[in-house]
Design a protein around this ligand. Structure first.
Ligand SMILES: NC(=O)c1ccc[n+]([C@@H]2O[C@H](COP(=O)([O-])OP(=O)(O)OC[C@H]3O[C@@H](n4cnc5c(N)ncnc54)[C@H](O)[C@@H]3O)[C@@H](O)[C@H]2O)c1
Ligand SMILES: CC(C)[C@H](C(=O)O)[C@@H](O)C(=O)O
Ligand SMILES: [Mg+2]
Length: 350
């Protein structure tokens, strides 16, 4: 039997994960579901954001569905003991280097975007974000006090050719199954790591993927192009930090950050980590206002990529689409439904 570990986490994490849990129950699949403490919730119980037992449980699962971590109550902790550090530790331990972040605008939501509907209708971009390298993990890092008494904060942006090639390969393979185009995004004009990125992606393309159309773009231009004419993109391949920023931007192209799921994948037989791209939303946590669609669509990605249930994945996605078509909307989408009522609307369609 396949195993799914739920890590609801903090803030709206437990609220949106509860909807995914109800959906799982309704689907009545042959999947063993368990739950663990993660992030701030784990700090409160165990003093660390990711306990060894939970890490081991994640590695022994087929898929992990995370809610969200973080919040102001843990922001004063030492850097490595914060909820967000637990998420980075989990991603590293699972070695989920390829983060798939689809940004799809459902037809019913074209008018919910802050962009003109004709710019976002039918939008279907796939971000492939490198997730376990770059400036998030590079050494050295820290905050030091200089001899003159001034403090200096520093991080290291670093990529090796194998780190670049393994995630680029994922992007090229996925492009073959969709529009056949990859836009690789970096800042090769100012960063050596960006220059290496461009060279390695180009070399892999020439050797193994000449059938895929490859283009290159600087990250700042990419942000502008996403707001100007997002439909020009098919697959966007980029590094850890640029992928984080650009995928949040894409949230507004699809109506709300609360709509965007993600799948973080590693080696073919290794467990996948699934998470909404949004955070714990402290401003609305506990109020029942969160949009559960990103969590539900992340569950669908887990069903498809790690749990051997592509049929159930399609049913979940169709149920989200049907609920939106019927006018179901949480507040972020301009509606009045609570998280639970939005869950009811989705459940009605599975
Ligand atoms: N994967 C994660 O766990 C993750 C991702 C991003 C941020 N964070 C953490 O979350 C905390 C808050 O960060 P932030 O405020 O910058 O980003 P955020 O994504 O939590 O919230 C940004 C804005 O989007 C809204 N929003 C987010 N998700 C929503 C949803 N499902 N439905 C409706 N509205 C939604 C919020 O209310 C807020 O106004 C921080 O501690 C941050 O580190 C965690
Ligand atoms: C919470 C944080 C570590 C995380 C990231 O920056 O990767 C988040 O913003 C995300 O997009 O998943
Ligand atoms: Mg982010």
């Amino acid at each position: 039997m396949k195993k799914l570990l739920l890590l609801p986490g903090d803030g709206i994490g437990p609220e949106v994960t509860a909807v995914s849990r109800r959906l799982l129950a309704a689907l009545a699949l042959d999947i063993e579901v368990s739950e663990g403490l993660f992030g701030g919730a784990s700090i409160d119980a165990h003093g660390v954001p990711l306990a060894d037992a939970v890490k081991a449980q994640a590695l022994a699962s087929d898929a992990v569905l995370m809610g969200a971590v973080g919040g102001p109550q843990w922001a004063a902790q030492d850097y490595d003991k914060r909820p967000e550090a637990g998420l980075l530790q989990l991603r590293a331990a699972m070695d989920v280097f390829a983060n798939l972040r689809p940004a799809r605008c459902f037809a019913a939501l074209a008018d919910a975007s802050s962009l003109k509907p004709e710019l976002v209708a039918g939008l279907d971009i796939l971000f492939v974000r490198e997730l376990v390298g770059g400036v998030y993990f590079g050494q050295p890092r820290g905050i030091e006090t200089l001899p003159n008494g001034e403090r200096r904060g520093f991080n290291t942006q670093s990529y090796t050719s194998s780190e670049i090639r393994r995630v680029a390969r994922v992007a090229f393979e996925l492009a073959r199954g969709r529009g056949g185009r990859v836009c690789s995004v970096e800042k090769a004009n100012v960063m050596e790591s960006g220059l290496l990125w461009r060279e390695e992606v180009s070399a892999l393309h020439a050797a193994d993927y000449p059938d895929v159309a490859l283009s290159h773009m600087y990250a700042d231009n990419c942000a502008m192009q996403l707001a100007k004419w997002p439909a020009q993109f098919d697959v966007i391949l980029t590094d850890n930090l640029f992928g984080d920023i650009l995928s949040d931007l894409a949230g507004m192209l699809t109506g709300s950050l609360g709509m965007l799921p993600s799948a973080a994948l590693g080696a073919a037989d290794a467990p996948g980590l699934y998470e909404p791209i949004h955070g714990s939303a402290p401003d609305i946590a506990g109020l029942g206002l969160a949009n559960p669609c990103a969590s539900v669509l992340s569950l669908a990605m887990a069903l498809r990529h790690s749990l051997g249930e592509p049929g159930a994945a399609a049913r979940v996605e169709a149920a989200v689409e049907a609920a939106l078509d019927a006018g179901a909307r949480t507040r972020d989408l301009g509606g009045t439904l609570s998280t639970e009522a939005m869950g009811d609307a989705i459940l009605a369609g599975v």
